[in-house]
Design a binder for this molecule. Structure first.
Ligand SMILES: Nc1ccn([C@@H]2O[C@H](COP(=O)(O)OP(=O)(O)OP(=O)(O)O)[C@@H](O)[C@H]2O)c(=O)n1
Ligand SMILES: C[C@](O)(CO)[C@H](O)COP(=O)(O)O
Length: 374
């Protein structure tokens, strides 16, 4: 299942006043939209920009950059069209001007999408509602059943693309577009901290929230250890990299001992047992399997629970093959599978000074530690 995250950032931010459009101003040292993009790491991120902002978008963490249109709705439509034919099944549509969206909120929307064609966060209106004119209160309104809509708004991709194509324009958000097409949209609990930067004064509030951390951070740590024996062969797979070697490694899957240790560390951090629980060695379908499947599954479980990888550290114990020349490629491959920046991944190696089974070159061992943050 491929989930795309569309981050709309093609507006001009006129209500926020003079200067750079709000999504390009700095918040905690980074452009506002960069915070929003980072929150969706691991998904196929589409950044929608104004045609004049190409240079500003360079180097931002987005897999696709698309030019938006005159309205928010046009911008979303441009991104949905750009995703056609890419195998996307679900899409999360988020304002680039909401930099404080949390992993837990994203997980709630995705969770609700499992049983609905649309899902979006909202907060019940808690203040009294008035009408007013010329600085005077002119009336009151019943607030029962009224909600403030937030993003990300999540949908089945085909359904929301069809809804946008059929819509005549003028919708405030994608829930309105979806509902006009008869799609059901489930509501999940929004967050006060998930504010949309709209007026100049909102920046100070967002900066303060960032400085103190918007919520208690949940930190989980796990470790993993694995061993595979050498057998006949001409290569080994280690941390997703194929290394020519005079022997192979024995295992039900591709016997990637380093990837298995890391996968177990993530399962450990989630109290989810180990690879054997999720991919039993007795099941023939995993014979010769690419261990990337296991690592991607563990990270998928983590994200479904609102966690992302803080960092991980893998140590491979062997006399040979020499790991140093391959460590960079291993780091890059593990990061790619987990959908994180390579700076969060460390791969190193040690010999055991010719002692024990690794010293006698009977097999390879690997240890890993992973920290998950929510
Ligand atoms: N043509 C547009 C208009 C808006 N947006 C994006 O939609 C989000 C929510 O819109 P809003 O807060 O209204 O942003 P602006 O339109 O930029 O603000 P303003 O109305 O003050 O000009 C923002 O991330 C904005 O960049 C967009 O991608 N394309
Ligand atoms: C989509 C939205 O963020 C939902 O609250 C909002 O409608 C977009 O901002 P705007 O100020 O209405 O353009």
């Amino acid at each position: 299942m491929t989930t795309a995250a569309i981050i709309v950032a093609a507006g001009r931010g006129t209500r926020a006043g003079e200067g750079l459009p709000k999504q390009w101003r700095l918040l905690a040292g980074q452009p506002v939209v960069s915070h929003a993009l980072q929150a969706f790491a691991g998904h196929l991120r589409v950044l929608v920009i104004h045609p004049g902002d190409r240079a500003r978008a360079e180097g931002l963490p987005a897999e696709l950059v698309v030019e938006g249109g005159a309205t928010r709705q046009d911008s979303v439509r441009a991104a949905l069209e750009a995703l056609a034919g890419r195998g996307v099944t679900r899409v999360l549509i988020h304002d680039g001007a909401r930099p404080l969206v949390s992993p837990a909120l994203i997980a709630r929307v995705l969770g609700a999408l499992d049983s609905a064609s649309g899902a979006a966060p909202a907060l019940a209106v808690t203040d009294a509602l008035w009408t007013g004119a010329s600085g005077q209160v002119t009336g009151t309104r019943d607030r029962t059943g009224l909600y403030r809509a937030q993003t990300p708004q999540g949908f089945r991709y085909d359904a929301i693309l069809a809804a946008h194509r059929a819509h005549g324009g003028g919708a405030a958000d994608d829930v309105e577009v979806a509902r006009q097409m008869g799609l059901d949209v489930a509501m999940v609990e929004g967050e006060e901290t998930n504010l949309k930067l709209t007026f100049a004064g909102d920046f100070a509030r967002a900066e303060a929230l960032m400085a103190k951390g918007t919520r208690a951070m949940d930190v989980r740590m796990g470790n993993g250890y694995d061993v595979h024996a050498f057998c006949e062969g001409d290569h080994v797979w280690l941390a997703g990299v194929r290394i020519p070697h005079g022997r192979g490694l024995l295992g039900h899957s591709d016997a990637d001992v380093a990837m298995h240790a890391l996968t177990d560390a993530i399962y450990g951090a989630l109290s989810e047992g180990d690879i054997g629980r999720h991919f039993p060695p007795s099941d023939p379908q995993w014979k010769g399997a690419d261990s990337a499947i296991f690592l991607a599954h563990a990270m998928g479980l983590a994200r479904a629970r609102g966690f992302d990888l803080g960092n991980c550290d893998v140590t491979i114990v062997c006399e040979r093959p020499k790991i140093g020349p391959h460590a960079g490629a291993m780091q890059a491959r593990l990061a790619e599978i987990m959908g994180v920046d390579a700076t969060r991944v460390s791969v190193k190696a040690t010999t055991s000074e010719r002692l024990g089974f690794t010293g006698r070159e009977e097999g390879i061992a690997a240890l890993a530690t992973a920290v998950l943050l929510s």
